[in-house]
Design a protein around this ligand. Structure first.
Ligand code: ADP
Length: 420
């Protein structure tokens, strides 16, 4: 098996977002959790290696990314895509710049582009400035991000601060003029010694205009948006077969540890549809052992599974969350609940659940880990950014969808199963 596009993503849900965009444009894609220890055996066009490197020290992020690169090249990847957040989450130390330059060195290439633009999600780049919806990045909520505060919206400046190479710009006028004009601009930038270019894009059409000019670059970097035009460079077109997963079977369940607004609405909607649900009270973690709580949950679930999807949730309102955090501690509450819900997911699969929805980014990470999943094939999109995936857990099939907090419509918990 030989793949066309090899992708390295700096976080887990970003990897799924990218994989989803590639599938919707005609590629058969698998996402791996970390760097796999084995070669992939299914027929694939692209592999997305999900790292957790966004907030590591640059040296560690580089080391992981180079290891991922080596793996992807061994799978035959003809082009490499480095995916980061569409809000360019980084600090003056990195990691977008240092990882980009390390990948360029390893691939022996003297030019790449960088664009987080994804107009469908409200991320546009104009004259090198990144907008989040109607606001400049530096005036958006990102300016107060706890780990990667973004206080400058000028991406040429932001990228230059992280890079040794010179950073240039491919302006909107050039993008509008099409792929040939972009290619000429790339030749011009190279001649003036720029090795990385931020690219303007304010509509999806711009992304499709840019893509053909990237065909021969060994390395492309950006958000998930620019990926929508890449499958066509390999002669692929959107096709239902690319999202086809093996048929679904078994019981259905939902595990939710997300307390985001959208998830709380989804819990409410599931309740009003008459769904069976079990509320996990995190405060009982102070009174009982995890094994005891787990047993109670699984004993509740077992007789109900044959009647339709069950929901097990710790999702709660901001006030309830504060109460739990004040009693258990913020970090301790988070990781204890994640651990419990991971075990619940594993227990449910042991009871015959073969269709599993997980709500919450961190919760998803915990469930995937508990289930021992290291690879997922990406299927049909349920709601924007959230596809059904297929994995094998101890040689048994599992359809799994991982939803980060604010994704999904109110009826997500009921609607998702009907999409399988
Ligand atoms: P989201 O994607 O919505 O941010 P995450 O799963 O990433 O969801 O994060 C939610 C965090 O809140 C997790 O660490 C989870 O364990 C924790 N959590 C879940 N339920 C509660 C609760 N009732 N009280 C306090 N913390 C909770």
């Amino acid at each position: 098996m030989s793949i066309l596009l090899g992708c390295i993503a700096d976080d887990f849900t970003g990897a799924t977002d990218l994989a989803n965009n590639l599938v919707r444009n005609g590629m058969r894609v698998s996402q791996t959790i970390g760097i796999p220890q084995h070669n992939l055996n299914s027929e694939l066009d692209a592999v997305v290696v999900a790292l957790k490197s966004r907030n590591l020290e640059p040296e560690a992020a580089i080391a992981q990314s180079l290891e991922a690169l080596e793996y992807l090249l061994a799978q035959g990847a003809q082009q490499i895509f480095f995916k980061y957040c569409s809000t360019f989450d980084s600090t003056p130390k990195g990691n977008i710049g240092p990882v980009t330059e390390a990948l360029m060195r390893a691939l022996g290439t003297d030019f790449t582009i960088a664009t987080p633009a994804f107009p469908d999600n409200g991320r546009s780049v104009f004259k090198g400035y990144l907008f989040v919806g109607d606001q400049l990045l530096s005036e958006s909520g990102m300016r107060d991000h706890p780990l990667t505060p973004m206080t400058d919206a000028n991406l040429v400046r932001v990228m230059q601060a992280q890079c040794q190479h010179q950073v240039g710009l491919i302006e909107y006028q050039t993008v509008l003029a099409g792929a040939d004009a972009i290619s000429s601009r790339i030749t011009h930038l190279k001649a003036s010694n720029a090795k990385i270019a931020i690219v303007d894009a304010v509509t999806n059409d711009d992304l499709y205009r840019i893509a053909p000019a990237l065909k021969d670059l060994p390395l492309i970097t950006g958000g998930s948006g620019i990926a929508i035009g890449l499958p066509a460079n390999f002669g692929l077109r959107a096709h239902p077969a690319s999202s086809k997963l093996p048929p679904a079977s078994g019981y259905q369940a939902i595990v939710s540890g997300s307390c985001s607004q959208a998830t709380n609405l989804q819990v409410k909607s599931f309740k009003s549809s008459g769904g069976e649900m079990y509320a996990v009270n995190p405060l009982t973690l102070n009174e009982k052992s995890v094994e005891q709580i787990l047993q109670e949950i699984l004993t509740w679930a077992e007789p109900r599974l044959s009647r339709g999807p069950v929901l097990i949730y710790s999702s709660a309102s901001p006030d309830q969350v504060k109460e739990v955090q004040s009693q258990l501690g913020v970090q301790a509450a988070g990781s204890a609940i994640e651990n419990l819900l991971g075990l619940v997911a594993k227990g449910l699969v042991a009871l015959g659940v073969r269709q599993l929805l997980v709500a919450g980014g961190e919760t998803s990470g915990a469930c995937v880990k508990a289930l021992g999943i290291d690879q997922m094939q990406i299927g049909q999109q349920i709601d924007p950014g959230v596809p059904w995936c297929y994995a094998e857990v101890q040689n048994r099939p599992l359809h799994i969808a991982l939803k980060s907090g604010n994704f999904g419509a109110a009826d997500f918990f009921t609607n998702a199963f009907s999409k399988l």
